[in-house]
Design a protein around this ligand. Structure first.
Ligand SMILES: Nc1nc2c(ncn2[C@@H]2O[C@H](COP(=O)(O)OP(=O)(O)OP(=O)(O)O)[C@@H](O)[C@H]2O)c(=O)[nH]1
Length: 298
């Protein structure tokens, strides 16, 4: 037997309103129960909406209904009796006749909004996680400084920019002297503490635009932007003094530094020159710096 359909049995709000003023002529019980409305004489659809949804109804939904005769999946918000906001999805059809009417189907969108919010929260959490991972992948775990990979990509970019603006940059390659002995005499944990504290000392003394990293076991690198040989060598000299001035974690530490300065060298060329200069400093007795300026056509 075919059941008798009435709007009462459908799990959605069903309304019939006038076209001109959207006065509610008929509404099913679901509409009043689900959306916590009370039937009132001459009640208009806009009376049950939030102020923002009233504007959407007047400026968007009604022009669409008048033009096209129907609208689908419009998001509106009903204001419940106690002021609560109830998100709904609305479909409507205009039926022309002696008195044109609008037939409205109003579906609760609470679950949809909840799901949407959950998706937004999930996306935000994933983005935060991706940012943390990105940061981790650029960081040297022991010192918290940039690692070799991050240093190379950042330094390459900055040097290219510096060349475009005709700036002179310096590359400081700094290596702890006899670090193997420190490990052997005091233990690996002590060696780690020395690396951490040296990293902090370097960070404290670098300028904001310098790029500092731990690029190898006991090797640190600094790119000093817009910095000619004299000032880069003076900076390296200051670092030599600071490191040797006081024991680090109770251990006397010295470093050797190669300082390569150039206006037009690529990152790889500058790195290679700094490495050769560092080797010279080691060879000459350690606890010293060797600096050199390279011509553009090297
Ligand atoms: N504690 C500690 N030691 C490390 C780390 N990475 C590398 N090393 C050690 O650093 C030492 C480097 O030794 P070498 O390359 O011989 O250099 P050095 O003893 O500093 O000698 P010079 O550079 O010639 O003055 C090795 O013993 C490595 O095991 C680290 O993360 N922590």
């Amino acid at each position: 037997m075919v059941p008798v359909f009435t709007p009462d049995v459908f799990p959605c709000g069903c309304l019939v309103t006038t076209l001109s003023e959207q006065v509610i002529l008929r509404a099913n019980p679901y509409f009043y129960l689900e959306f916590q409305q009370a039937p009132k004489a001459q009640q208009r659809l806009s009376d049950v909406l939030t102020p923002a949804s009233k504007i959407v109804l007047e400026s968007f939904v009604m022009p669409m209904l008048l033009n096209m005769g129907h609208c689908e999946e419009i998001q509106l918000t009903i204001q419940g009796n106690s002021g609560e906001r109830l998100p709904v999805l609305v479909n409507a059809n205009v039926q022309q006749g002696d008195e044109p009417l609008i037939f409205w189907v109003i579906n609760s969108a609470k679950q949809r909004d909840k799901l949407y919010q959950e998706l937004v929260d999930l996306r935000n959490a994933l983005e935060e996680k991706a940012e943390r991972l990105e940061l981790l992948s650029q960081t040297d775990e022991l010192t918290g400084l940039l690692n070799r990979r991050a240093f190379i990509s950042r330094a390459q970019l900055l040097l290219k920019q510096a060349h475009r603006h005709d700036q002179t940059c310096s590359f400081l390659l700094l290596d702890i002297d006899h670090f193997k002995q420190i490990n052997d005499l005091h233990g690996h944990a002590c060696g780690d503490a020395v690396l951490r504290q040296l990293g902090q000392l370097l960070q404290k003394n670098c300028r904001e635009h310098d790029v500092l990293a731990r690029i190898g076991g006991e090797e640190f690198a600094i790119i000093c932007m817009d910095s000619p040989t004299d000032s880069a060598a003076a900076f390296a000299e200051k670092l030599l003094r600071l490191v040797s001035a006081e024991p680090i974690d109770g251990i006397a530490v010295t470093v050797s530094i190669g300082v390569a300065t150039a206006g037009q060298l690529s990152f790889e060329q500058l790195y290679k020159q700094a490495d050769l200069l560092l080797y010279e400093a080691k060879h000459a007795g350690r606890n010293r710096l060797v600096a050199a300026l390279y011509p553009a056509d090297i």
